[in-house]
Ligand binder design. Structure first.
Ligand SMILES: Nc1nc2c(c(=O)[nH]1)N[C@H]1C(S)=C(S)[C@@H](COP(=O)(O)O)O[C@H]1N2
Ligand SMILES: [Mo]
Length: 431
């Protein structure tokens, strides 16, 4: 069903995607053929009922056929996808989580979006070390088995790249929540407290900043304030119960809850302790927010409150015709828990409170549902998240007013999907 819409807008920057629609629903033709028929299930003579299927007739695979399981072949289209024109090569690039095909709050390991600056490092854990140096009493080097002797903790956190929704600053462009919002994943990490490791090395009184470094070809580094490190940062070795995937930093990654993904150093090999930030590439020329007046916001670490409707959405149209409909989406805040999500079906004129369901963890995505009757008329769907500290997700226009349109990063504006009378969905903005 998602055949025509699984790819992003096209091979080149497609500004025709950018549609500004007036808020008022325009009266179109009353009914569109084919969309109002009830589903075929249950109809007389349905072969799904009357015929004996092969899987019913023949024995299936035994327990030795699939030592490591994978999804049904019928789910083969549920994959991470990239936007080919976005980056010059696939090595320093990004792909996107298929949010429109997922439910609940946990992102399966094989579907977590990937962002690499120098490709995936394939590390032999026996040859991996974590070094702590700089302003410490005892510089230390840990092997993996040493790390695992610290007390372990489990937490569910979202990771969002600061550039998520970054292509939408100047208008609606990419046609699918996978591409507009798919630089986020939500995982249960098992790891040890960064603070416990630092205490083992002994922080000198002048210690104020950390510089975690990756063992990959990009040797990524970011300056992290010590206060955050001691608050809730983890050094993690498991995701969703199994070892980290190579894509996500196997065997060791830094977890920086609620803060921009770039700081979550993968393939973590060294942490230098210092008394001031280092001003490296990823916090000067990148991951800074260029404002309208040419100045740049720096060290904008926290990912602000945000939400998106994942179904229906451009890759997942309303294909069941009018009647009972489940609208669903995700909401998250780098400040803490989500306390409420509002949903509008008329472009933000009227709002209703959505139903939050599933576990509510701090700095984790939350799942929301809005169960409603679709009468077959066009809709302008929006969601607006509010976190436990009262932070309210802004409109895109409010963001532009405050920060201009030059930035790539930290776009947490309200997303609009237009639903046509035929159930098709498109990325639009309301002027
Ligand atoms: N060593 C290293 N760490 C890294 C990166 C990298 O390229 N190398 N990319 C960063 C960026 S920009 C993001 S958004 C997240 C992406 O994490 P993921 O690949 O698990 O989605 O990892 C961060 N950590
Ligand atoms: Mo990122």
């Amino acid at each position: 069903m998602d055949k025509p819409s699984e790819s992003p807008s096209g091979p080149v920057l497609n500004l025709s995607r950018r549609r500004l629609l007036k808020g008022a629903a325009t009266a179109g033709s009353a009914a569109v053929a084919g969309t109002l028929a009830p589903a075929a299930a249950g109809a007389a003579g349905d072969p799904a009922i009357t015929e004996i299927q092969d899987w019913n007739r023949y024995l299936g695979d035994g327990v030795d056929a699939r030592p490591y399981g994978s999804p049904s072949q019928h789910e083969a289209h549920v994959i991470r996808r990239n936007v080919p024109w976005l980056t010059a090569d696939p090595v320093s690039s990004v792909n996107f989580t298929p949010l429109h095909k997922l439910d609940g709050i946990i992102t399966p390991n094989g579907l977590c979006f990937e962002r690499h600056h120098g490709g995936i490092a394939e590390i032999d854990p026996a040859a991996h070390r974590l070094m702590i140096n700089g302003l410490v009493e005892r510089p230390l080097v840990f092997a993996m088995e040493d790390i695992k002797r610290f007390p372990r903790y489990n937490h569910v956190y979202f990771l969002e790249c600061a550039a998520n929704s970054g292509m939408e600053w100047r208008g609606a462009q990419l046609n699918g929540c996978q591409f507009t919002h798919g630089m986020v994943h939500n995982v249960m990490y098992t790891g040890v407290k960064l603070g416990d490791i630092l205490n083992e090395a002994g922080l000198k009184p002048s210690a104020k900043w950390l510089l975690p470094e990756g063992a990959d070809a990009s040797a990524m580094t970011r300056s992290v304030p010590l206060e955050k490190a001691l608050d809730d940062c983890l050094v993690a070795f498991c995701m969703n119960g199994e070892a980290l995937r190579p894509e996500q930093g196997y065997p060791l990654r830094l977890v920086v809850p609620g803060w921009e993904g770039n700081m979550w150093i993968k393939w973590l090999r060294r942490i230098e302790v210092g008394d001031q930030p280092w001003h490296h590439r990823e916090e000067t020329s990148k991951y800074t927010d260029l404002l309208a007046d040419g100045s740049a916001r720096r060290f904008t670490w926290t990912m602000d409150v945000k939400s998106v409707i994942t179904n229906p959405s451009p890759q997942a149209p309303l294909d069941h015709g009018r009647g009972q409909t489940v609208l669903t989406g995700l909401a998250w805040s780098g400040h803490g828990r989500i306390s409420r999500v509002d949903v509008s079906v008329d472009g933000g004129r009227n709002w209703q409170t959505a139903r939050l369901d599933g576990p509510s963890y701090s700095k984790s995505v939350h799942r929301f549902y809005h169960d409603f009757e679709w009468n077959g008329s066009e809709l302008f769907l929006q969601s607006r998240a509010i976190d436990e500290f009262g932070n309210v997700q802004p409109t895109k226009n409010a963001l532009r007013k405050a920060r201009g349109e030059n930035s790539i990063y930290h776009n947490n504006g309200i997303q609009t999907w237009h639903i046509g009378e035929d159930g098709s969905a498109e990325n639009v903005e309301i002027s």
